[in-house]
Design a binder for this molecule. Structure first.
Ligand code: GLA
Length: 677
């Protein structure tokens, strides 16, 4: 089977993104400023070392101010200024947000929420992904933009729309409903088959005709979970289809790579990006620290590893990030001095070949006027600007990293299907969620010095020593069989609770939990027994746990630890099963941070996984490899200076390192070492 990246590269019309060294870029919204400012912008971009600039993202009402009327004068000027300065352009198609003339003329393009009410213009992305009318106007604009700039020498990359599905992924209008029905018809062939897949015998939901089927609108009680799951899948496919339509138009006029900015992040889960990778020429992601999470920096590392997983290990582009505060969280925290650099280097360490920011110059008006930027309201006499210039210098000096690959001998399985299905309206415990488990396991690996590729459950796992399967609630038979074959052939897995519970239709796998992985782990749970948040749950070893337990009997596994208290007291909590030439561990609870770290360290060591020296929850250590060198990244997020054994050239300070590498508190270091075969 072709991998995602092989599918991407073999797709007719694939064009690689080419850039010398590591890109340093930003979104630029010159339409918000008087033309006198543009020359200063370009001069300062050069001063900072910016070399890739995304423009025309929200340009629709500027370049197409009324129906049939296209005005490209200002955009020509901006592209010319950038080009003259040697700055490459990441050119937006301008379709991200329709202008008022379009929504006024065609209100039927507006999205409808799950309570049947319309979402009006005045914000952004007020368009329905299934609307043929919106698509007709958008593609007409794309045609104009692509024809005009398709062979402009400044254009290095095409930026389709913007964060597709950020706000408008789920539309319930008549067009969307009709399109959902067509999608279901393709998937199931007959209403009878759909009834079977959705389990509609329950609550008298049996359908007789396609036309009776609705999108999952708001209901009095909980909705059919299989219907909701399929609507997630449909909505992702629908948006991808829209992306494809824009890309096809561009491809007719340009030989340059085409992409769009993904949102691999904790708070948006509308698109299954595994399906998107084959369609884009370059995987690009937007990432912002999310201070609603317990550990935003750890989540950044996870998102970067997942983005690399989407890209099949190939380099990817960080299309947006922030120098400081965002504007859309309840509390928008500034970054501490050095934090922006650490965040940027985290992405770099985990496979990014370019670091870009939203946005160039902080807006003076509009909803995002208090969002940080490369050039803050305070201007160039500011700490942010000085750190931006220093970062530009650093990215320039580490150009040799471009194209190198991250070294990882562990995989963590992730799936949007599992995320959508796990976090359904109803589940055994609302205080147990998919990302909680995924993040906890990824953080433990990171703290243990293990770099993990975050990959799809159906990906080839043969190169990994260890595979971690956190809360993979929904899994297909094929993926479950592949994991079994991986273990039988000698691999090690750690499966955690609420994995393998249902099939792709959200139908429970009968016979005991963890359903699909029961034989693999050699244990069988008869009942889930969650505990209330905050209730004590300990294991016999003394390990701290919480929120979840199961009533398990082992079949072929040995018991490694047992519940000491709680509803499953005396029963197994951690088990280990020899299976063929390999080993399958099962964790039937959520461990506290320290206990989970100890378990992961033990399993990694038994599996022979490489653990980076000096790594901890506060110190990230990751390697990128070229044919001749290893590049060791050390990112010290803590407030303690440290020293590690290392020998080579240090690229941040330019110093030679002979034996000991000093990494002051808050600093980053990148050591070029001789590669070990
Ligand atoms: C997203 C969008 C940008 C901007 C930033 C603000 O990433 O793509 O246009 O709104 O969020 O964080």
């Amino acid at each position: 089977m072709e991998t995602r990246v092989e599918q991407q590269r073999s797709r007719p019309g694939f064009r690689p993104f080419r850039h010398d060294g590591i890109a340093f870029g930003c979104d630029y919204n010159p339409e918000q400023w008087d033309p006198e400012v543009w020359s200063e912008d370009v001069r300062l971009m050069r001063e900072a070392g910016v070399d890739l600039v995304a423009i025309n993202i929200f340009g629709w009402s500027q370049v197409n101010p009324r129906k049939g009327d296209f005005e490209f004068g200002a955009l020509d000027t901006v592209i010319g200024l950038l080009h003259d300065a040697g700055i490459r352009v990441n050119l937006g198609t301008a379709t991200a947000s329709p202008p008022p003339w379009l929504t006024a003329r065609h209100p039927e393009i507006l999205p409808v929420a799950d309570d049947g009410t319309t979402r009006f213009p005045g914000g952004r992305q007020a368009w329905c992904p299934s609307s043929p009318v919106f698509r007709r106007y958008a593609l007409e604009l794309v045609e104009q933009v692509a024809r005009r700039y398709g062979d402009h020498p400044a254009v290095a990359l095409w930026h389709v729309s913007n964060e597709l599905g950020c706000h408008n992924a789920h539309c319930h209008c008549a067009e969307s409903t009709a399109s959902f029905r067509r999608w279901l018809e393709r998937r199931y062939g007959s209403v009878a088959e759909l009834n079977r897949a959705w389990g509609t015998s329950f609550w008298s939901q049996r359908y007789d005709e396609w036309t009776e089927i609705l999108t999952p609108l708001r209901t009095l009680s909980t909705r059919n979970p299989s219907q909701v799951l399929d609507f997630h899948r449909f909505s992702s496919d629908e948006m991808l289809d829209y992306y494809r339509a824009e890309a096809e138009v561009i491809r007719r006029h340009s030989e340059v790579a085409i992409t769009t900015n993904f949102m691999v992040t904790a708070h948006i889960r509308t698109q299954d990006y595994f399906g998107w990778t084959p369609e884009v020429d370059l995987v690009a992601n937007d990432h912002y620290l999310d201070h609603r999470l317990d550990d935003p920096t750890a989540e950044l590392a996870f998102a970067a590893d997942l983005t690399r997983g989407l890209a099949g290990g190939a380099p990817w582009l960080l299309m947006e990030s922030s120098t400081g505060a965002v504007n859309w969280q309840p509390h928008n925290l500034a970054k501490a001095p050095g934090e922006m650099t650490r965040n940027a280097v985290q992405h770099l360490a985990r496979g990014a070949d370019g670091i870009c920011f939203f946005q160039w110059r902080a807006s003076a008006q509009g909803s995002e006027k208090f969002h940080s930027a490369l050039l803050p309201h305070a201007g160039t006499d500011s700490g942010v600007w000085r750190e931006v210039v220093a970062l530009g210098g650093l990215l320039d000096r580490v150009g040799e990293l471009a194209g190198t690959r991250v070294a990882a001998d562990t995989a963590l399985l992730f799936s949007w299907d599992a995320w959508w299905a796990f976090d359904a309206d109803i589940r055994p415990s609302n205080s147990v969620s998919y990302l909680d488990q995924v993040h906890a396991l990824h953080s433990a690996l990171r703290a243990a010095g293990v770099t993990a590729d975050v990959v799809h459950p159906a990906d080839d796992l043969s190169k990994y020593r260890l595979v971690v399967v956190p809360g993979l609630y929904a899994v297909t038979d094929a993926a479950a069989d592949a994991l079994d074959a991986y273990v039988t052939a000698g691999g090690t897995v750690l499966v955690t609770c609420y994995s393998g519970i249902v099939d792709e239709h959200d139908r429970v796998r009968l016979g005991g939990y963890p359903g699909a992985y029961r034989d693999l782990v050699g244990a069988r749970a008869e009942e889930f027994a969650p505990v209330l948040p905050g209730a004590a749950l300990t294991l016999e070893s003394g390990a701290a746990a919480g929120r979840w337990s199961e009533r398990i009997r082992v079949t072929t596994a040995e018991v490694v630890d047992r519940f000491a208290d709680g509803p499953s007291a005396g029963g197994p909590a951690i088990t280990r099963n020899r299976r063929g030439a390999g080993t399958a561990w099962y964790l039937a609870t959520l461990l506290g941070e320290e206990s989970l770290l100890r378990l992961v360290e033990r399993i990694a060591d038994e599996a022979g996984v490489t653990r980076a020296e000096g790594a901890s929850a506060e110190v990230e250590v990751v390697r990128r490899m070229s044919a001749t060198h290893a590049y060791r990244f050390v990112i010290n997020h803590g407030d303690i200076d440290l020293e590690l054994p290392a020998t080579g050239e240090e690229l941040v300070t330019g110093a030679s390192v002979a034996g000991r590498l000093a990494v002051p508190a808050g600093a980053v270091r990148i050591v070029r070492e001789e590669a070990v075969a």
